[in-house]
Design a protein around this ligand. Structure first.
Ligand code: HEM
Length: 403
């Protein structure tokens, strides 16, 4: 409250005062967005009414933070995606999606190690055991290593030992760009105060960033196919497959979440579900127009903007592929390999997601109002490139090890 008042006074005196993004975010991390006091909400609403119109970032930040108050709470605002996304998309992008995806995971590991040593008091309830933190460090560093971050080679980390904790913290990648550090510091707004929600939010954000990269790779592949650059297109599809395959370890990391903590904080996340992820569906749509049954299901009903695009019959990789099959069939083998690999990576992603949801959710319904696990099981039958007729089956896909 004090920080908000100082900021408002600064504005009134025409002194340039920076909105206390980090202080406000830390307050939310100590109380939970669902439990903000009426006084704090009032101050934030006033700030938005009086000043946010002059500042686009502040508007986006407050629209996310006040989503529950405004009745606009959904997946994007829960994850602060409107505040994060322009780091990697559009003309002002300062990072590649894969770089941001890695920084978000590094931030989780930093949060874990510092909590273990009592160096912060954020999301203070339900701290994990030392054993669980060790597992998180192992999976998290393994993931970063697969993304090309130089990682110390030790495999049996004991983060509870102060010197090892410092070694881990020193090894974690961080951004040298102040803008990126500032955005990271203002984009975890948990609904409650349970420790594991921090990791949950960051992993969803990291996946969303990967999906953003997938949309870019798929669009580039389509562009190259239309320019008859089949080798280039195959390269873009291979990039997309690699990104999805590497991201698989994030589910392993998330599987260390305490299911009872998850069930507790999800009491307050009703209405925000990844079924509303526009980039996941946009990627699917760039690969091929989904069959009518899927378009008319909650899968696309939850993303009206993308559904509209699908109804306008936009160009897809499947269509471009079928055109090449008619005109230059000799070009297809390189493409077939890349498409099959991407299809497999996507199937495997869905399969691991389904296993994780089974473990965390049991027979509860989804926060996006589907039946939950049965909905995800049905999704396993969908294929990105169903219109081409690749013969991959669910049975070919190995279930990832979540232990
Ligand atoms: C505790 C972990 C998770 C559980 C229990 C879970 C559960 C679910 C459920 C039940 C649905 C169906 C829609 C609904 O009613 O909400 C769903 C959909 C979805 N989830 Fe998750 N999820 C988890 C983690 C993740 C993560 C980390 C991501 C990565 C972004 C993700 C991405 C998706 C996507 C993209 C869909 C839409 C699938 C489609 O419509 O085809 N989920 N999830």
């Amino acid at each position: 409250m004090r920080a908000l008042r100082t900021w408002r006074d600064g504005h009134a005196d025409r002194r340039s005062a920076q909105f206390p993004y980090e202080v406000v975010t830390r307050h939310v991390q100590r109380s939970g967005k669902h439990h903000l006091s009426a006084q704090v909400i009032e101050q934030l609403v006033d700030a938005r009414r009086d000043l946010a119109a002059q500042d686009d970032l502040l508007t986006r930040f407050l629209d996310c933070l006040l989503d529950k108050h405004d009745g606009t709470y959904r997946y994007d605002t829960y994850l602060s995606l409107p505040v994060l996304r322009d780091l990697v998309t559009g003309p002002a992008a300062v990072l590649s999606p894969m770089e941001l995806a890695g920084l978000l995971v590094a931030d989780v590991l930093r949060f874990e190690v510092e909590a273990l040593h009592g160096r912060h008091d954020l999301l203070p309830d339900g701290r994990p055991s030392v054993r669980t933190v060790r597992k998180r460090i192992r999976h998290g560093l393994g993931h970063l290593y697969r993304h090309g971050t130089p990682s110390p080679t030790r495999r049996d980390w004991n983060p509870e030992q102060p010197e090892q904790a410092d070694e881990i913290l020193a090894a974690l990648p961080s951004s040298g760009v102040p803008l990126v550090r500032a955005r990271l510091a203002m984009t975890v707004h948990p609904v409650h105060v349970l420790h594991d929600e921090y990791m949950f939010i960051r992993i969803l954000q990291s996946y969303e960033t990967v999906f953003t990269g997938l949309v870019g790779s798929a669009a580039e592949a389509l562009h190259r196919l239309r320019a008859a650059d089949v080798a280039g297109a195959a390269g873009c599809l291979a990039d997309a497959a690699t990104a999805l395959e590497r991201a698989g370890l994030l589910f392993t990391l998330l599987a260390t979440m305490d299911p009872s903590a998850f069930r507790h904080f999800r009491d307050f996340t009703e209405g925000a579900s990844a079924i509303q992820s526009e980039y996941y569906k946009r990627f699917e749509l760039t690969c091929g127009t989904p069959p009518g049954e899927r378009l008319s299901s909650p899968a696309f009903g939850s993303v009206p903007v993308v559904l509209e695009e699908a109804r306008h019959g936009r160009d897809t990789i499947t269509r471009a592929y079928l055109d090449i099959r008619r005109s230059n069939p000799e070009m297809l083998p390189a493409l077939d390999t890349a498409l099959a690999r991407l299809e497999r990576a996507h199937q495997r992603w869905k399969s691991t997601h389904h296993s994780l949801a089974t473990r965390m959710l049991g027979d509860a319904s989804g926060s996006g109002y589907t039946a939950g696990v049965p909905y995800l099981k049905d999704c396993l039958d969908n294929r990105l490139f169903w219109g081409i007729g690749t013969d991959l089956t669910t049975a070919e896909v190995r279930h990832a090890d979540l232990t």
